[in-house]
Design a protein around this ligand. Structure first.
Ligand SMILES: NC(=O)c1ccc[n+]([C@@H]2O[C@H](COP(=O)([O-])OP(=O)(O)OC[C@H]3O[C@@H](n4cnc5c(N)ncnc54)[C@H](O)[C@@H]3O)[C@@H](O)[C@H]2O)c1
Length: 300
């Protein structure tokens, strides 16, 4: 990765642990000056500390790179602005941002509190907006292009006990695609990565998942931040271990038209199952298999 981002100034949020740390180290190894923005909180978002950001900066400096630590809460407008401004104040410009900060509050939807819902949306989804907004405002004026990278998850398609997280991750894709459309004319690209890696966040997943290492995610982030990828925008890439996959763009697959000027419920009941039909949700089959297993276990 040597010199891939030489001279670029990059903000990485959530850079104190796991995937963010690996991306920050990867960006620095590729020649970037890196703002290591991390509030140093627990998995649930409590007990902030500046220690993790400081530790990653020390690691980068020990390897000969350049970085600065910022223990700001990027879910606030001030925190997002401070992370971007730190790059501008210290190194003169901002060239890219990767939004990795995240927390978890898992609970079934009928038990989830308003606070659990709001906190997860705030850190993940708003935590992207606060950085994207401030970074794009400055990049637009700089007239040298730039790059935004969001971190989503395959859980955006729906997650049984994480409706807050799933909704935030879906929102991050919509936010990032909106940024891609709005910023194309300024030479700024915006893409999402959906990683799967062994970190404190993934260690308690109650079922078997395909997971690589945090370090597997860094090369894709570095590539998307680089000038070489500037024409790639509005994309979502999975990265897990050695596999990188691109997600389809969302779109309608089949239509039906009312025989008259509009539909009636009866007309829809008659036509829908045999025409536009439904699209199978990939997780439903797994849930059905689990339910069958539970039933069989109760019966035996
Ligand atoms: N680990 C996986 O397999 C996996 C899968 C899909 C998506 N992701 C996403 O990747 C990202 C990183 O996950 P991870 O597994 O490395 O988690 P992690 O818990 O190891 O790291 C998250 C970091 O975010 C920081 N953070 C939390 N709230 C913050 C805030 N308000 N301001 C600034 N920093 C804050 C934490 O201090 C922590 O250092 C998350 O967005 C997560 O949803 C991870």
């Amino acid at each position: 990765m040597t010199a891939y981002l030489q001279g670029k100034n990059i903000v990485v949020t959530g850079a104190g642990n796991g995937i963010g740390r690996a991306i920050a180290l990867g960006c620095a190894a590729a020649g970037a000056n890196v703002v290591v923005a991390d509030y140093g909180v627990s998995l649930a978002g409590s007990d902030p500390s500046s220690e993790v950001a400081d530790a990653v900066v020390a690691e980068i400096e020990a390897a000969g790179g350049t970085a600065l630590a910022l223990a700001s809460d990027i879910s606030t407008m001030e925190g997002g602005s401070a992370a971007v401004q730190a790059a501008v104040d210290t190194w003169g410009s901002i060239d890219g941002a990767v939004c990795v900060a995240g927390i978890l509050r898992e609970r079934m939807i009928f038990n989830m509190t308003e606070e659990e819902f709001d906190d997860v949306i705030r850190v993940h989804l708003k935590g992207h907006f606060t950085v994207y907004k401030h970074a794009s405002a400055i990049m637009r004026k700089q007239e040298t292009g730039g790059s935004l990278v969001g971190i989503t998850s395959g859980a955006f398609t729906g997650s049984t006990s994480q409706c807050n997280y799933s909704a935030a991750k879906g929102g991050i894709i919509s936010l990032t695609k909106s940024a891609a459309l709005a910023l194309k004319r300024y030479g700024i690209n915006a893409n999402c990565i959906a990683p799967s890696a062994k970190t404190r966040m993934s260690e308690n997943v109650p079922f078997e998942i395909e997971a690589g290492e945090p370090e597997d995610v860094a090369p894709l982030a570095v590539y998307l931040l680089s000038d070489q990828a500037r024409d790639i925008t509005a994309q979502v890439y999975t990265v897990v271990g050695p596999r990188i996959s691109v997600w389809a763009q969302f779109g309608e697959v089949r239509s039906m038209f009312a025989p008259g000027s509009s539909w009636t419920p009866e007309g829809i009941e008659e036509a829908l199952p045999r025409t536009v039909g439904t699209e199978e949700h990939p997780t439903m089959a797994m849930l059905a298999a689990q339910a069958a297993q539970r039933q069989a276990a109760q019966g035996s």
